[in-house]
Write a new protein. Structure first.
Length: 305
């Protein structure tokens, strides 16, 4: 992770959300602000990276594209993590809105990256505290871009710097106006892959320890039991090679058949564990483009009990 730029995968996922908001219909997830957080230099770097990747993994497909726009669309829809990025963001925010309706008053975004929720939903922030938790380098880049754009930071938004591998979430949150007695919703998207299993469960344990009964956390994860042959294997290899080339290799996957037991051991009840088929039906059914649910990724929702 380069200190002046932060996480390359965080910037890449922001590009995916921004590209989708501008060029794809119908929308899986609507984030019209994501592109703004990436300057021209960052966008150019990301486009060059994906054009190089497409030529490497799908040379005949790349050759069939008449221009860069169509090549980029092919790369994002068929060979990148964009389908997962978009559908998990929608799942998290749909679940969050339900939680707010049931009394949730705090939203903690773990590994927030270039998340724009607090800026897209300013009107929802009345009575809701938002905490963006992420690596200091990524937050420094993001806050600099916010300042350059002239965006006003909502009073309810708090930036919490944390290295998940070396620092404790519960101790760090208590240094901020976080209320451990208030119903809280945690989202942890696109992060578990890059941490050790011990770090993932340590963080989830902290969620259970620092929030009251009925609070919830949603996260996505790789399931080694899912089909990974043929085209699915090719897509998985393309994604793993891509993040490896960015210096952020995938380290962890979790067995869906034992996840409920593993979470119960740390005070969490597995409420939902969406399969690729579930995700396909919920967010991709009827699409005529290349977006489809990842064959190896699940979305989980766990409740503090």
């Amino acid at each position: 992770m380069k200190e002046h730029r932060g996480s390359r995968t965080a910037l890449g996922t922001a590009f995916m959300r921004g590209y989708h908001a501008l060029y794809d219909n119908p929308k899986i997830f609507e984030d019209p602000l994501a592109y703004s957080l990436l300057g021209n230099e960052e966008r150019s770097i990301i486009v060059r990276h994906w054009m190089t990747r497409l030529q490497s993994i799908d040379p005949s497909g790349a050759a069939s594209c008449p221009d860069e726009t169509s090549a980029l669309k092919r790369m994002l829809q068929l060979w990148s993590a964009a389908p997962t990025v978009l559908s998990r963001a929608r799942y998290a925010e749909e679940t969050l809105m339900k939680a707010i309706g049931q009394g949730t008053r705090q939203y903690v975004i773990l590994g927030a990256g270039m998340d724009t929720f607090a800026f897209r939903y300013r009107e929802r922030l009345e009575g809701l505290r938002v905490f963006e938790v992420d690596h200091p380098a990524t937050q420094t880049f993001k806050r600099r871009r916010i300042a350059e754009l002239g965006w006003e930071i909502p009073a309810q938004l708090h930036f919490v710097s944390l290295d998940f591998a070396d620092e404790d979430l519960d101790k760090m949150l208590m240094c901020w106006p976080y209320n451990p007695g208030s119903l809280t919703f945690f989202s942890w998207l696109g992060v578990t892959y890059y941490l050790s299993p011990d770090t993932v469960f340590s963080t989830l344990s902290a969620v259970a320890k620092i929030s009251p009964l009925g609070s919830a956390v949603t996260f996505d994860y790789f399931d080694p039991n899912m089909d990974c042959t043929g085209k699915a294997a090719e897509r998985l290899k393309a994604i793993m090679d891509s993040v490896q080339s960015l210096g952020e290799p995938i380290k962890a996957c979790f067995d869906s058949s034992t996840l409920d037991h593993d979470l119960a051991c740390i005070g969490l009840r597995l409420e939902e564990n969406l399969t690729p088929s579930d995700i396909q039906k919920r967010y991709f059914k009827g699409r005529s483009d290349g977006y489809r649910a990842s064959e190896h990724t699940r979305f989980a929702l766990a409740v503090v009990e």
